[in-house]
Design a protein around this ligand. Sequence first.
Ligand SMILES: [Zn+2]
Length: 494
Amino acid sequence: MKKTLCMSLALCVALLCCCAALAACKPDPMKTAVQNGDNYTIVCSYDAETHVLSAVQTLKMTNRSENCFDEVKLHIYANQYREDAATSVVPNAYRSKAYPNGASYGEISFDSVKVNGVPVAFTVGGQDCDILSVPIDGGLFPDKGAELELTYQVQLANAHHRLGYNDNTVNFGNWYPVLCHVDNGNYTESPYYNVGDPFVSDVANYDVSFTLPEGYLAAATGELTEATNEGGSVTYRYRADAVRDFALVASDKFTKITDTVGDTQVNYYYYADKDAESSLAAACGMMKFLNEKVGKYPYSQYSVAETEFCYGGMEYPNLAMVASGGNSYREAVAHETAHQWFYGVVGNDQITDAWQDEGLAEYLTYLYLDETGAMPLNRSVIGCTQTYVTYVDVLDRYYENVERTMRPIDGYKNDSEYVVFTYVKGSLMFNTLYETVGAGKFWKALCNYYENAQFSVAPSAQLIQCFAQTCGEEAANIFTNFIDGKEVIGKVTD
Ligand SMILES: [Zn+2]
C-alpha cells in the first residue's frame, strides 16, 4: 500500500510538474499579438496656427497572407475631409453639429513614399481617393516583409469630428495611413461611410513621437514614455503594443485627473466638465465591472478625453473621445469604456456586423447601470423596446416590406435606422440572450469569447459559436432570429 501510495504521489508530482510546464508553455496572447503585429513608428509635429500635422511614418510590415502582393494598400481616411469628397464625413443631419463655424476642409498629401529606402511611384486611389497604393518591386511574397517610409502632411478641418480642430481641443482620430485589413488573402479596400464607424484594422505596435505647442496636454493611445520640452514645443512619445489604432486628443485647456483600476492607470482629461470626479468614476467603475465579469484589460493605460464631437463619443484603443456637454455624458463614458473590450481587445468587422461591438457595448452599459443602481435594467429594456417598436411602426405606415434585418452599415437608409438596428435592436438581442440563458451562462459565454478572440478581428460567427457552446443551440437561434429580422419585438410582427 505504501509503495502504491508513493508511486501515486510520484505520479501526482510528475503530473503536476507536467501541468505547470504546459501552463508555462501556453503562449501569452499579448506577447503573440506583439510578435505578429506590424510596427509603426511615427514622428510628427502639429502646427496650431496652420492646423497642419507633418509626419514621417515608418511601417515595418509582413505579408501574413498566402498571396503575393504587387502593392501594399493603406486607408487614408484623412482624405475624406476633402471638399470634393464623394462621401462627406457626416450625414447632412449632422453637418451643423460637425461644422458649427461653417464648411471647412482637410486632406492628406504625400511628399514621398519609399520602400526599403527606395522612392516609389505611389498612387492615391480607391473609390474616393481614400486608398494609398504602394508598389512593391518584384512583389511581396508570403511571410516576406517590407519597410515603408511615408512623408506626409495632414491639413485638419475646423470640424467637431474624429479628425479636426475646434476652439477647445484637437482630435486626431484616423489621421495616419493605416494598413488595410487582409481578408481571404486580399486587401479590403472598403470605402468610408458616414454612418457608423466604418473601420476594420489589425492590432499592431506603435512608437509615436507627437510634437505639440508647449502647454498642450494630450490623451492618447499607449503608454507615455517620454515628454520633452524644447523651443516652445513639447514632444510626447508613446509606446503602444498590440493595439488596432493610434489616436490622440490635444488641448491647452486640459486638466488631468487619474485613478487606478487593477494594473491600469485611468486618466480623465477635461476642460468644461463640472463634475470631473464623477466622470472619472464612471470610467473606472465600468473598467472594474468588465475586469471582473468579462476578463482583465491587458493594457497599462486608458484615457477618457472630453472633446468637441458631433456624436456622443468615439472609441479608440486606450482612448475614448466623449462629446462635451452631451445629454448622457457618463453613460457615454461607460459605453466607450465597454468598447475597450469589444472593438479594442476583441475586434470585429464594424462595417458588416456593427451590432457585434455596438449592441454589446450598449447592453453592457445597461448591465453596469443596473449594477450600480443608476438605472434598473428593465427600464433600459423598456426604453429600447419602445424606440424600436415606434420606429418600425412609423416606417410601416409609409413603406411596404420594411426591412427588419441587422445589416452591413451601407444597407441602412440613414443614421437613425443604423442606430435603431445596431444599438437598440442589438441591445434587445443581447437582453433576450441574457434573460433566456441566465446571467451565469451569459457571462461565461462572453468570457470565452473574450479569451478566445482577443487581439483578432473576430467574425460574428465566432461570437455566436461561443454562446452556442456555452448556452446551447437556443442561443444561436436567438442571434439568427434577430439578425434575420424574424424576432418579434413588442407588438411588431413579421
Ligand atoms: Zn459605440
